[in-house]
Design a protein around this ligand. Sequence first.
Ligand code: AKG
Ligand code: FE2
Length: 381
Amino acid sequence: MDQNSEDNQASFQSGFDKKVHPESLLSIVIPPDSLIKFKESYDEEALKWPSDLAITTDFQKFEQFVSSAHSLVRRWLPQDLIFRLESFMHDPNQPSAVVIRGLPIDDNLPPSTPEGHRHKNSSQQFMSETWLVGIARIVGQPFNYEFLAKAAGVAAEGMGLLIRQLYPMPEQEKLVSALGSREFLDFHMDGFQVLPQCYPNCLVFIGLRGDPSKVAKTLLCDFRELYSELNPDAIDILLREKITWKAPSLPGAAGFCKHILEGTEANPVINIYDENIGVSTTFDEVVGGSAAAVAAYRHAKEVARKVGVRREGVWLDAGDVLLVNQRRCAHGRRAFAAAYDGKDRWMQRVYVNEGAIWEPTGLVPWPIRALPFEFAHKVEA
Ligand SMILES: O=C(O)CCC(=O)C(=O)O
Ligand SMILES: [Fe+2]
């Protein structure tokens, strides 16, 4: 057992926040009447935004938008909700995920396709982006990874640098992917492989169009619930031994190594991933460690699937926002059938970090919000 392993075990057991936890998913419905005048105030703010917001690659220009979105959200969401969001990432008594339903988004939504999304932004329609970025800004600082912006099937420009568009794409139909559909997307944490200071501590999604069949739901697996169902022998091994991932498919990443179980007993972090995301490599080709550690990791993944799938999951309709605290739960998605008729499910997503990313003490110059992918863990001997 190396020194790191012992430290992990000691800190895990000494967690002092042994409070009763609230429900893991909180749902809040915004009364439509309270936002009747939102559009007027949005239109007034939008006049101040750069006219080339849809195509610019100048991050300085986004700051005007981020700041406006932030102030609009502060003005229009109920104060008690703002208060909750401000403590969402810090207070263990907050839920692990929150869904806020009923926000007004852009009228006459174009088809759920790359062309549709380009059309929406080139017509200066940024209402969904305003809620998404403004809410993310209450929780922390919104960002994206540059390689994801490039992989979205459209030019890496404009709002696409900051916001990921999620609609099923025919060419990814059979891939395990956020842009796939037929394959179950198993429980995972986004940014699994990045350096800790560049980790998306929170994910924020907004629905633009709900899956018409209502099958495509975001599934959540709360770590406290998962932990309570893990076999004690597996817990013991996962606290002592690290798992190694060889990640040939990850841009710039030779691989990385970490403990599956971190955090504290009261608030465990259980680092699970879907090793098939975006690739055709098998679990055995990717995951390394002692036979006992790999078996314990497989067990954690199986229990996560059982725990996560028995909950209903979250179906996001137009104007519904989902915040997921990645230190408290993993997420996945049910398999579904896409029609590619323009009416498929459409969501947008940003990542949130509380600020460790940026200079002067971080790694990236402010205000770049699309991070170059140079932050992967390397395999440790
Ligand atoms: O489609 C979903 O509900 C979740 C997709 C996903 O894992 C992600 O966007 O990070
Ligand atoms: Fe994900």
